[in-house]
Design a protein around this ligand. Structure first.
Ligand code: PHE
Length: 336
């Protein structure tokens, strides 16, 4: 009997255990066969024989039960192990949303200037003539008003044509010194591959007390900024005109699409109209007439403005400006 019990204890699967049970206690089992022998046993020995067999049966049944409980427990443990979930494990979802390239570029530029301690200012999209033009040294009938194709709401209100009115609002609210950027939507009557009637700009303004802000300050900050955005590019300042700055400049970077890595020269391409240069922003020293309009005296400052979409297109190499506004999920999905 001990041999059977040892075999039961060695059993490591429920199927084997069941076969073993049948082998011993089944209809044709070895122990069952012993019970069948009862008939042939003399009466006086029957009692002892039966008691012995019953004892064996009880012991074997108990061993089978114990082993079954043990194997079931092991099986459950295995199952739990295989179904274990680590609720703290992080798996990024493949269907997450993402920032629109215009939003992420706007954020990237804004935070660059925030790190330089510029505040972020805001203003209305529907502006009055004073903030959008007059205070920016653009009096009525000034020919420079034609530089911007304005949407008029009525004869006093316009959809702002640039973010520059936020300069005026900020200066009228705060005393110098000022270091601010103003990102936001602007509107012009224009529509082709490089123009949409609504686009985004970011405006920058620095004003200090006294005659301390120079063009060199402006140039340094613009160069640092452009290197931060576009890496190792050449930068040039071209004299230009804006009514609210004097002197003014437009700033170009060497074309990032046609640079020859070996010679570090630009071959010229369609994007840069074969000039090797890309215009990226306008800037200048704030015209004293602007300070006069907001009641500032004895101050100096510089300002700059740039188109967010233009930067987004250059950074992400997007060919058609209009695709930024079509909400095509196939385009947007590429910016996750
Ligand atoms: N407001 C100008 C434009 O929309 C950009 C600019 C801003 C230029 C500030 C100089 C200084 O074109």
């Amino acid at each position: 009997m001990q041999e059977w019990i040892d075999n039961i204890k060695k059993c490591d699967s429920l199927e084997d255990l069941e076969s073993l049970r049948i082998e011993i206690l089944g209809k044709k089992g070895v122990l069952t066969a012993q019970f069948a022998k009862m008939k042939t046993i003399p009466n006086e020995e029957k009692k002892l024989f039966a008691a012995n067999l019953n004892q064996q049966k009880t012991a074997i049944t108990a061993a089978l039960e114990d082993q079954k409980t043990l194997l079931l427990a092991k099986e459950l443990e295995k199952e739990l192990e295989s179904e274990k979930i680590d609720v703290t494990k992080f798996e990024p979802s493949k269907n997450n949303g993402a920032y629109h390239p215009v939003a992420s570029t706007l954020h990237q530029i804004t935070s660059y200037f925030q790190n330089l301690n510029f505040s972020v200012e805001d203003g209305p999209l529907v502006e009055d003539d004073f903030h959008n033009f007059e205070a920016l040294n653009l009096p009525a009938y000034h020919p420079a008003r034609d530089m911007q194709d304005t949407f008029y709401c009525n004869d006093k209100m316009v959809l702002r044509t640039h973010t520059s009115p936020v300069q005026i609002r900020t200066m009228m609210k705060h005393k110098p010194p000022i270091r601010m950027v103003a990102p936001g939507a602007v509107f012009r009557k224009d529509f082709d591959i490089t123009h949409t009637p609504m686009f985004h700009q970011i405006e920058g303004l620095v004003v200090e007390n006294g005659d301390v802000v120079s063009f060199a300050n402006l140039k340094f900050v613009m160069e640092e900024f452009l290197h931060h955005m576009f890496g190792d590019v050449n930068i040039r300042f071209r004299p230009s005109f804006f009514p609210f700055t004097e002197p003014s400049a437009e700033v170009d970077i060497s074309c990032i699409f046609c640079k020859d890595e070996k010679t570090n020269k630009n071959k010229g391409c369609r994007v840069c109209s074969h000039t090797g240069w890309l215009e990226v922003l306008g800037c200048g020293i704030v015209d004293q007439n602007v300070f006069e309009a907001v009641g500032y005296e004895n101050v100096s400052g510089y300002a700059f403005g740039l188109g967010i979409e233009r930067f987004a297109m250059l950074i992400h190499k997007i060919g058609d400006l209009r695709s930024l506004f079509e909400s095509d999920i196939r385009l947007l999905g590429q910016f996750r």
